[in-house]
Design a protein around this ligand. Structure first.
Ligand SMILES: [Cu+2]
Length: 285
C-alpha cells in the first residue's frame, strides 16, 4: 500500500515528462499508460458497445458474487453447530427450487440479448466507404487499398528505439502506418500469407483471424483522429510479439493527400507476383 502511494505520483510525473505523455497533450495517441485499469478508450461504435456491455456484465457478476458470498456467510454463522444444534430435515421446497432455476435463466437471457446484439453489430459490415486489405506475414503486415489505387506497402515494427517518433511507443511504433479517414466506415479484409495471424485493434473493438487461403472481413468506424495500436493476436512464430498494427486516423483531406503520396511511393507492379498472390495460388491449387 505504502509502495503504491509512493510509486503512482512518481509514475505520473515520469509519464508527464515522457515522449508519450507529451504526445497525449497534442493529439490522441492510443498508447498504453502505466497503472491503467480497464479497457482501451473506445474510438468506434463497436468499441463503445463493447465497453457498455463489459460494464453491464461487471455489475451483474459483482451482484451475483456478493449474493453468493452473503448466503455462504449467513449459513456459516446462522447454521453452525453452536447456533443450530438440531438441523432441519427439510429436503424439498417447490417454490425455492423453481426460483433458483428460473432466476439464473432470466439472468442468462438478460446477458444473451446485448451479447447477440453486439455480435451482429460486429459481424454485419455496413456499406463501406473504403476497403483496406491487411495481409499478415511472418512477421509484419502488408496493406492494400483496393478502392484507392494500385499500391501496397509493408508495415514493420521500428526496432531501433532511437528512431521512434515522439508519439510512437516502443514495440508498437511502425515505419508505415495504415491510414484511414475519420468517421468513415472502413471494411478490413484479412488474410494470412503463410500461417494464421490475427488483426486486432482494441480501441476499435476488432479482432479477426488472418488465415491463409481465406479472406475474413471486419469493419470499424473511427470516431476520433489519432493513432491507434493493436497487435497480432494469434501465435504465429518467432516474432509474433513484434508485428504491431498501427492505424493513423486522419481527416478526409489528409487521407486524400496521403493516398496521392502513397500511389507514387508504393506503386505496385502487377507483373511481379506478391507474396500474397503466391500464397493465394498455393491454397487454391
Ligand atoms: Cu502474426
Amino acid at each position: 500500500m505504502r509502495l503504491s502511494r509512493l510509486t503512482i505520483p512518481a509514475v505520473l510525473a515520469a509519464l508527464a515528462g515522457s515522449p508519450i505523455g507529451r504526445a497525449l497533450a497534442d493529439g490522441f495517441v492510443d498508447a498504453p499508460v502505466p497503472w491503467e485499469m480497464g479497457l482501451r478508450p473506445p474510438a468506434s461504435p463497436v468499441a463503445e458497445y463493447v465497453h457498455s456491455f463489459n460494464n453491464e456484465l461487471l455489475v451483474i457478476i459483482v451482484a451475483i458474487s456478493a449474493f453468493v458470498l452473503g448466503l455462504l456467510l449467513y449459513v456459516i454463522f446462522r447454521f453452525g453447530e453452536k447456533r443450530n444444534p438440531v438441523p432441519s430435515k427439510t429436503s424439498h421446497n417447490g417454490l425455492l427450487e423453481v426460483a433458483w432455476t428460473v432466476i439464473p435463466v432470466v439472468i442468462l437471457v438478460a446477458i444473451a440479448v446485448p451479447s447477440f446484439r453486439l455480435l451482429f453489430l460486429q459481424l454485419n459490415t455496413p456499406q463501406a466507404d473504403i476497403t483496406v486489405k491487411a495481409t499478415g506475414k511472418q512477421w509484419y503486415w502488408t496493406y492494400n487499398y483496393p478502392d484507392n489505387g494500385k499500391f501496397e506497402f509493408d508495415s514493420l515494427m521500428i526496432r531501433d528505439k532511437d528512431k521512434l517518433r515522439a508519439d510512437q511507443p516502443r514495440l508498437l511504433g511502425v515505419d508505415n502506418e495504415m491510414v484511414v479517414p475519420v468517421n468513415k466506415t472502413v471494411r478490413v479484409l484479412t488474410i494470412g500469407a503463410e500461417v494464421i495471424h490475427a488483426f486486432a485493434v482494441p480501441s476499435f473493438g476488432i479482432k479477426i483471424d488472418a488465415i491463409p487461403g481465406r479472406i475474413n472481413e471486419t469493419w470499424f468506424k473511427a470516431t476520433r483522429e489519432g493513432i491507434y495500436y493493436g497487435q497480432c493476436s494469434e501465435l504465429c512464430g518467432k516474432d509474433h510479439a513484434f508485428m504491431p498494427i498501427a492505424v493513423r486516423v486522419v481527416s478526409e483531406q489528409a487521407f486524400a493527400t496521403w493516398v496521392d503520396e502513397a500511389k507514387r511511393k508504393w506503386a505496385r507492379d502487377d507483373s511481379a507476383p506478391t507474396n500474397f498472390a503466391a500464397a493465394d495460388q498455393a491454397t487454391t491449387r
